[in-house]
Design a protein around this ligand. Structure first.
Ligand code: DCP
Ligand code: MG
Length: 426
């Protein structure tokens, strides 16, 4: 079989109830109980005060966490405020509690659930640990956030056995040994299908998908399961009577393009047929370089024009410097704004020629700024370069994996206030 290319096997690994599982390592006596993670400051202080009162002879501290009686933990029913759940254990999910749900609403569904805040430091530490375990076994890994990664199994010794199941099992076992945490893994011909497959057997599951399984395993799923079909696109699909991926696959590409635009429509057709050739991009290849700054006081495009202009120029110079130092040119330049009230907007622009020149980046960033509302006060401004190329090579150094699939862009529109800020661009 020499010379034959091995079948592409891509895994998506996602930790199970990650933030909650991190707390269970510290408090193993809570295993199996409904627990919700969310809310503000750490509430364990109150718990320790009550413990010391009830058991003054015990030295309650970091070494005795696993001995705290369950009755002493804070409950969801005691919560008052506007916080939301970041996650819930599977026992709590049975009551209908889930991510992004208001804690007061969650309390109605499952008042007895234990409520703990997120320990970000611990979450980050364990995130680094499980990713290191993976790269020691399978080096081509792409970070997708704190609790998920893509892994290319194709060239890993044993990565093809049982469609990837053997390697997936080894990774699960190694992560569990190193951290005590469980995860779920989907292995498929590409990232798109792997991402869906990792959800099939949660928690602590492995799912293997082959190209021939499309009809049986993927087509019955709702369109929303496709990473890149958001609530808006889903609502529009539903309005056409398209509920499942199979129904999407049945539509003509021309019809999809006519109704969803050239790039998104074409993409919808491809994903419905399970097609996706995006590579797994490792950390060493940057997808973009960006700089941003949060202002010391909120700024206004008109009243603080000079200051904002100077900040933008400086950010562009920093991005240009980063690109030059690392030896890249960027084809796309974008900006990011956060308004007072935390609404965020981004705009980008693809250049005819890739660049690392500060003035060119500044001009492009200025054009992007013309496409946003500048009547509102700003908290943060950022400049991002992406679609990087190494000079002397044709292709992209790394396609922009962070950007979701192309979606219809907002129409550029003129805004007179930006002209005040960037008169030189006219
Ligand atoms: N998270 C968050 N806010 C959300 C969703 C998630 O802060 N709206 C955090 C908490 C999760 C972590 O990100 O623990 C990972 O998100 P997942 O969607 O993977 O959810 P879980 O890992 O908690 O659960 P699952 O077992 O379904 O993956
Ligand atoms: Mg998860």
């Amino acid at each position: 079989m020499a010379g034959l290319k091995p079948e592409r096997r891509i895994a998506h690994l996602d930790m199970d109830a990650f933030f909650a599982s991190v707390e269970l390592l510290r408090y193993p006596q809570l295993k199996g109980l409904p627990m919700v993670i969310g809310g503000g400051r750490r509430r364990e202080t109150a718990m320790f005060e009550r413990l010391r009162e009830a058991f003054p002879d015990t030295d309650w501290g970091p070494g005795t966490l696993d001995r705290i009686p369950v009755a002493f933990f804070p409950r969801l029913s005691e919560y008052a405020g506007r916080g939301v759940a970041t996650t819930a254990t599977y026992a709590a999910r049975q009551f209908g509690v889930g991510s992004a749900m208001g804690l007061m609403k969650a309390a109605k569904l499952c008042p007895q659930a234990i409520l703990l805040p997120v320990d970000f430091d611990e979450v980050k530490r364990l995130s680094r640990t499980f990713k290191r375990v993976i790269t020691e076994i399978a080096p081509v890994m792409q970070d997708r956030g704190v609790d998920e990664v893509y892994i290319d199994f194709t060239e890993v010794p044993g990565g093809q056995r049982e469609g990837g199941r053997v390697l997936a099992r080894l990774i699960q076992k190694s992560i569990f040994e190193a951290t005590g945490l469980t995860c779920s893994i989907g292995v498929a011909p590409n990232k798109l299908l792997a991402k869906m497959a990792s959800e099939f057997n949660k928690p602590n599951g492995i799912s293997i998908v082959h190209a021939g399984d499309l009809q049986r395993l993927i087509w019955p799923l709702p369109c929303r399961k496709v990473n890149g079909v958001g609530p808006k696109a889903d609502a529009k699909l539903q309005s056409f009577g398209i509920h499942t991926i199979g129904e999407l696959a049945a539509r003509e590409p021309d019809w999809l393009i006519a109704n969803f635009g050239k790039s998104y429509g074409a993409w919808l057709h491809e994903v419905a047929w399970g097609r996706d050739d995006r590579p797994v991009v490792t950390e060493s290849e940057p997808v973009g370089m960006s700089r941003e700054t949060t202002f010391e006081r909120d700024l206004h495009a008109v009243h603080d024009r000079a200051e904002l202009g100077a900040i933008l120029t400086e950010l562009c110079e920093q991005v240009a410097g980063d690109l030059q130092r690392k030896g890249y040119l960027a084809r796309t330049i974008g900006i990011k704004l956060t308004y007072v009230g935390f609404t965020k907007v981004t705009r980008d622009l693809t250049l005819d020629e890739p660049t690392a020149d500060a003035a060119t980046i500044r001009r492009a960033a200025g054009l992007c700024l013309k496409r946003v509302d500048l009547t509102r006060r700003l908290r943060l401004l950022g400049v991002r370069s992406s679609k990087l190329v190494k000079p002397g090579t044709d292709g992209p150094a790394a396609p922009d994996q962070n950007a979701r699939h192309p979606k219809p862009r907002d129409k550029a529109h003129r805004d007179d206030h930006t002209d005040l800020l960037f008169p030189e661009l006219d």
